[in-house]
Design a protein around this ligand. Structure first.
Ligand SMILES: Cc1ncc(COP(=O)(O)O)c(C=O)c1O
Length: 457
């Protein structure tokens, strides 16, 4: 087991061992209860002291990833689901794993712009004592809800004051929806591939998932119709724009068909549109269509401004919002008035609008370069996204194991092969985060995969 320890790095050696072992387990999908090589073997093979290796193993025991076998070393903790321990989500959390997070779901820290945010934080801290110290109101800060209503109008989504609820990111929105509207045994439609934490939320609630294949222009409507007619699901969860992970967006005809099917058969639509602000132009949204009155629309500011402020929202009919607000109050006593005030200030000043314009522009440049690199390397691309964060692509000549090996060698971390499937199926498609794709390590990875394949003359 080679851990690639860098003795010049600022990261302490023990931490590097912890990270290396974690990556070895996760990237290799090592099964629970697998025995690790002995501390002595790991130390010898990586020119490390045994005490450093032992300390790293003990830390992993404390984290629950390893278990100590009395008298005979360490093993991967039995019962640990490597994915649920965070492998699928770790790719969305820079800093938790080593290497270039090519498969992750957020912008790199270097892309985030702290100046306007710091200014707004100082302003709010100076002027809004209630926001600093009190519980928020059930629906969320009125000033923020007002801004959200205005923004939704710009997307042709007409909602009134009592139809918007602020949440701790889209995650809390989805959690409230799942817990409030569904019970164990219900069945709902989800897109495949799709957003893994949603699948886990549904599993936690005992809700059964029916998979609908995501095509480059939206869900497969024929399959959707068959499933709706035969199994009568209660709802469809869908990403309209720059779907996670495929980056694809709804075509107008598909959106109309989805709405028609769902309206006719009483299937509730939950439109998760967290990448909305990374889209050029208005685009097609289910909640914006005439028949889209019953759509529950979920949004977030995590992907653009800050994932840490945890501000998102749900827009829906007033009854649904009132139900969700009750559960929000019971489970959290309200959101962070402070963070919501910061957001409201950035929206009101226009600073947020300018920020997302810059991000879209930068992503657009990097997306063009990334698509060229993929073409050069003979990767198959799943529809060419015109916005958002992701490209979904797969190498046509190299097998999965070889691609992962190459990624490791180039210092690139890919998302787990089963990270996007509701049923945990492995796939050779990769989610490529455009904002990481032009890093020299990613270039080497793409070029290396291309250069290595057998040449046919
Ligand atoms: C499709 C989708 N929905 C919801 C979320 C959760 O976003 P938030 O950080 O706002 O909770 C994400 C985050 O990656 C996502 O990709």
């Amino acid at each position: 087991m080679e851990l690639r320890i860098d003795r010049q790095a600022l990261v302490p050696v023990v931490q590097q061992i912890v990270d290396g072992l974690t990556e070895w387990i996760r990237q290799g999908d090592v099964a629970p209860a697998t025995r690790l090589p002995s501390v002595r073997q790991i130390a010898r093979c990586n020119l490390l002291s045994q005490s450093c290796v032992a300390e790293a193993c003990e830390r992993l025991v404390a984290q629950g990833l390893l278990a100590a076998r009395p008298g005979s070393g360490f093993m991967v903790a039995p019962g640990v689901s490597v994915r649920c321990a965070g492998a699928a989500y770790a790719v969305g959390a820079p800093g938790q794993a080593e290497g270039l997070m090519l498969g992750c779901g957020v912008l790199p820290e270097s892309w985030r712009e702290p100046d306007d945010l710091s200014y707004a934080i100082r302003q709010v801290a100076r002027t809004d004592m209630a926001g600093l110290f009190n519980y928020g109101t059930p629906l969320g800060l009125p000033a923020l809800r007002e801004q959200i209503v205005k923004r939704l109008k710009g997307l042709d989504i007409q909602v009134g004051d009592g139809q918007v609820l602020t949440t701790a990111g889209a995650s809390q929105g989805l959690d409230l929806i799942v817990r409030t509207l569904f019970k164990a045994g219900d069945c709902v439609l989800v897109e495949s591939p799709g957003y893994a934490p949603l699948f886990d939320l549904l599993r936690l609630q005992g809700v059964r998932m029916l998979e609908v294949r995501r095509l480059p222009d939206g869900p497969d409507t024929e399959a959707l119709e068959t499933l709706i007619r035969s199994l009568r699901p209660k709802a469809l969860f869908i990403n309209s724009h720059h779907q996670n992970p495929t980056g694809s967006s709804l075509a107008p005809a598909v959106a109309r068909r989805v709405l028609q099917l769902c309206t006719t058969h009483g299937v509730r639509l939950i439109e998760d549109d967290v990448y909305a602000d990374l889209h050029h132009g208005r685009g097609v949204r289910l909640a914006a269509q005439g028949e889209g009155q019953g759509v529950i629309y979920v949004g977030s500011f995590s992907k653009t401004l800050s994932s840490s402020l945890r501000v998102g929202f749900v827009a829906a009919d007033a009854d649904t919002i009132a139900q969700l607000a009750r559960v929000k109050t019971v489970s959290s006593l309200g959101g962070s008035g402070f963070c919501e005030a910061v957001l409201a200030s950035l929206l009101a000043s226009g600073a947020y609008r300018k920020l997302v314009q810059r991000q879209r522009q930068r992503l657009s440049t990097d997306r063009t370069t990334a698509l060229e690199m993929l073409e050069e390397a003979d990767w198959e691309v799943f529809g060419k996204p015109a916005g958002g964060l992701f490209i979904w692509a797969r190498p046509t000549r190299d097998d999965q194991a070889r691609v992962r090996e190459r990624a490791r060698g180039c210092g690139v971390t890919l998302a787990a092969a089963d990270a996007f499937s509701p049923s945990g199926e492995c796939s050779d498609w990769q989610r490529i985060n455009v904002a990481y794709a032009c890093d020299p390590r990613a270039r080497r990875f793409f070029q290396g995969v291309a250069a290595d394949r057998p040449r046919v003359f």
